[in-house]
Write a protein that binds this ligand. Structure first.
Ligand code: PEP
Ligand code: MG
Length: 540
C-alpha cells in the first residue's frame, strides 16, 4: 500500500482500478518486404477494422453527446475511404517494397503536412484528422487492438495531464475519478470534473506501472491510496457508503423552493459544459442553467461548429429545461481553452491575451453565427445571453449591437426568436469598478470568481505552484462581490455568482446577506446549497 498526497478537486471518494491514459504515439520502423500483395491485404484488413471502430465510436458519441460531437467520427470514416490516401499507401508499399505500417505512417505525415499548408482554414484543420486516422490504422497493424476506455468495468483514469478537450470527449459513464500529475485546481479540466461530479486529484506523481492497480481517491483529505490493504479498503467503503447516505437525505430537498427563512427567493442554477450535463441538472433539481460554457461545443470539434450545429445543441438544452432559464455564455475561448483551428497563435501571456469577447468582437462573423444560433434556440424556451471577460462599457454596447444585427439577419430570413435577457460576466477588477455604469446596459451580472480571483490577486489560475495562495476568500475578492451586488441593484440589475466560489457552502450565508440573487453551481452542489438557503435568515 502506498499513499500519495495531492490536491483535491472534489470532496468525494472513489474506489476502483486504474486505467493509465497515455498519449498514444507508435514508433514505426521501415522494413523491407518481398510479398507486397500480402502487405496490401494486411492494410485492407486493418482499414476495415478501423472503419468498424469508428462506427462504434460514432454510435457511442451520438448517444452521449449528440450529433455535433459524433460527426467527427463520421468524417474520419470518410477520410479512411479516400482514394488518394489509399493509392498513396499502395504506391509506397509496391514501389518501395516496404511494410504497411511504414506506408500508412508516411502517407499520414505527407497528407497532414499538405493539409496544414493549405490556405483554407477548414482544410488546415483536417491535418490533425489525417494524423489521427493514420495512427489508428498503424495501431491496428501493430496488433494493439484495444481502444482505451472500452472495458466494461468502471475505472479511475490516471494521466500525466488532461486537456479540457480530452476531458470533454471522455466516456463519463465509466469514469469513477481521475488523477493527474500536472494541472491546477482552477483549470477548466478541474472545473469539468466538478461539473461532472467526479472525484479528482492533481499533483500526484503518476506512472504507466499504475495501470490496472486498485486505488482509492480520497477527495476529502486530498490523497490517493494505491493498492490499499484490506482494513483501509473497508474503512473507505464505509466512508463512501456514509456519503451516499447523506446524498439520499439531500434528495428530500428536491422539489422544495429556494427561499430564505425571511422569504427571499434565490435563483439556484447549475453550470454546464454541454448537453451531456443537462441530465444531472434535472436530477439535482436546479431551477435553471446559470452558465452554459458554450466554448466546449467548439473544443470538441476540429473546425468551427456551424450555425445549425450550434442551434441544435442549444435547442436541445433549452427544450429539455422546459420553462426554466438557460443562460448561454458566448464563446469564451483562449488562455487554457485552445482549439487549433482558431489559430490564435503563441502569446507570452495568454490569460491576459486574445480571448473571449475580445476575439468575438474582432471576428464578428464567428460571433454573429453563434448569436443567431442562440437566438434561434430562444424560440423554444427561456434563454439568456451573457458576454465574458468584459472590461468596458464600449464592449457591451458593441456586443449588443451585434445581437441586434443577428436579429435583423434572422428577420430577413423569416426565422422567429424569443425575448432574451442580456447580461455580462463580472470577472475583471475593471468591470467591478465600473459596475455602476455597466449595470445601466444589461439585465444581469454574473460574477466569475475564478477569473476575478486571478485578476484581482494577479495569480495565474493555471499555475499549480501558486495554488496555495490562489485564495478566492481574499477580502479583496469578497469586497468586489459586495460592490458589484450593490452597484447592480441600484440599476435594477440582478446579480449572481457562477464561479466556483458560488458553490462554497462556507460562504453561502455571506453571499445571501450581501444580496446575491443567484448562485449557479456544478449540478452536484445544488442540493447542499438549497439546504443552507432554506436555513438562512438574511435580515437580523
Ligand atoms: C469564472 O471565471 O469564474 C467563470 C465562471 O468562467 P470560467 O471559469 O469558464 O473562466
Ligand atoms: Mg472566466
Amino acid at each position: 500500500m502506498k499513499v500519495y498526497p495531492g490536491k483535491s478537486i472534489l470532496k468525494e471518494i472513489a474506489i476502483g482500478r486504474i486505467q493509465f491514459h497515455s498519449k498514444e504515439e507508435h514508433t514505426v520502423s521501415r522494413e523491407s518486404i518481398s510479398d507486397t500483395k500480402q502487405e496490401w491485404e494486411r492494410y485492407l484488413k486493418a482499414k476495415e477494422q478501423a472503419a468498424d471502430e469508428l462506427n462504434t465510436l460514432y454510435e457511442k458519441a451520438l448517444k452521449e453527446v449528440g450529433e455535433t460531437g459524433a460527426a467527427i467520427f463520421e468524417v474520419h470514416g470518410m477520410m479512411l475511404d479516400d482514394d488518394d490516401f489509399n493509392d498513396s499507401v499502395k504506391n509506397i508499399i509496391e514501389a518501395q517494397e516496404v511494410n504497411a505500417e511504414y506506408a500508412v505512417a508516411s502517407t499520414g505525415d505527407n497528407f497532414s503536412q499538405m493539409f496544414a499548408q493549405m490556405d483554407d482554414e477548414y482544410f488546415q484543420a483536417r491535418s490533425a484528422d489525417i494524423k489521427d486516422i493514420a495512427e489508428r490504422v498503424v495501431r491496428i497493424l501493430l496488433g494493439k487492438h484495444k481502444e482505451q476506455n472500452t472495458d466494461n468495468e468502471p475505472f479511475i483514469l490516471v494521466a500525466e495531464d488532461l486537456a479540457p478537450s480530452e476531458t470533454v470527449q471522455m466516456d463519463k459513464s465509466k469514469l469513477l475519478g481521475f488523477v493527474t500529475e500536472l494541472g491546477s485546481s482552477n483549470s477548466h479540466t478541474a472545473i469539468l470534473a466538478r461539473t461532472m461530479n467526479i472525484p479528482a486529484l492533481i499533483g500526484i506523481p503518476v506512472s504507466e506501472e499504475m495501470d490496472g492497480m486498485l486505488a482509492i481517491i480520497d477527495g476529502v483529505e486530498g490523497k490517493m491510496i494505491l493498492e490499499p490493504d484490506a482494513a483501509v479498503l473497508e474503512e473507505y467503503r464505509k466512508k463512501k457508503a456514509e456519503s451516499e447516505k447523506r446524498k439520499v437525505l439531500l434528495q428530500q430537498l428536491k422539489g422544495k423552493e429556494d427561499i430564505t427563512l425571511d422569504g427571499k427567493k434565490i435563483r439556484l442554477y447549475a453550470n454546464i459544459g454541454g448537453i451531456g450535463d443537462v441530465a444531472s441538472v434535472l436530477s439535482n433539481d436546479a431551477d435553471g442553467i446559470g452558465l452554459f460554457r458554450s466554448e466546449f461545443l467548439y473544443l470538441e470539434k476540429e473546425t468551427y461548429p456551424t450555425e445549425e450545429e450550434q442551434f441544435q445543441a442549444y435547442r436541445t438544452v433549452v427544450e429539455t429545461m422546459g420553462k426554466k432559464k438557460v443562460i448561454i455564455r458566448t464563446l469564451d475561448i483562449g488562455a487554457d481553452k485552445q482549439a487549433d483551428y482558431f489559430q490564435l497563435g503563441h502569446e507570452d501571456n495568454p490569460a491576459m491575451g486574445y480571448r473571449a469577447i475580445r476575439i468575438c468582437l474582432d471576428r464578428p462573423e464567428i460571433f454573429k453565427t453563434q448569436l443567431r444560433a442562440i437566438l434561434m434556440a430562444s424560440a423554444y424556451g427561456n434563454v439568456g445571453i451573457m458576454y465574458p471577460m468584459i472590461i468596458s462599457v464600449e464592449e457591451v454596447i458593441r456586443a449588443k449591437q451585434y445581437l441586434e444585427e443577428a436579429k435583423a439577419q434572422l428577420d430577413q430570413r423569416g426565422i422567429r426568436y424569443g425575448e432574451v435577457e442580456q447580461g455580462i460576466m463580472i470577472e475583471t477588477p475593471a468591470s467591478v469598478m465600473i459596475s455602476g455604469q455597466l449595470a445601466k446596459e444589461v439585465d444581469f451580472f454574473s460574477i466569475g470568481t475564478n477569473d476575478l480571483t486571478q485578476y484581482t490577486l494577479a495569480i495565474d489560475r493555471q499555475n499549480a505552484k501558486l495554488d496555495n495562495i490562489y485564495d478566492s476568500h481574499h477580502p479583496a475578492v469578497l469586497e468586489m462581490i459586495r460592490m458589484t451586488v450593490e452597484n447592480g441593484h441600484k440599476e435594477n440589475c440582478w446579480v449572481g455568482i457562477c464561479g466556483e466560489l458560488g458553490a462554497d457552502t462556507t460562504l453561502t450565508e455571506t453571499f445571501l446577506k450581501m444580496g446575491v440573487d443567484e448562485l449557479s453551481v456544478s449540478p452536484g452542489r445544488v442540493l447542499p446549497i438549497r439546504e443552507i438557503i432554506r436555513n438562512t435568515r438574511i435580515n437580523p
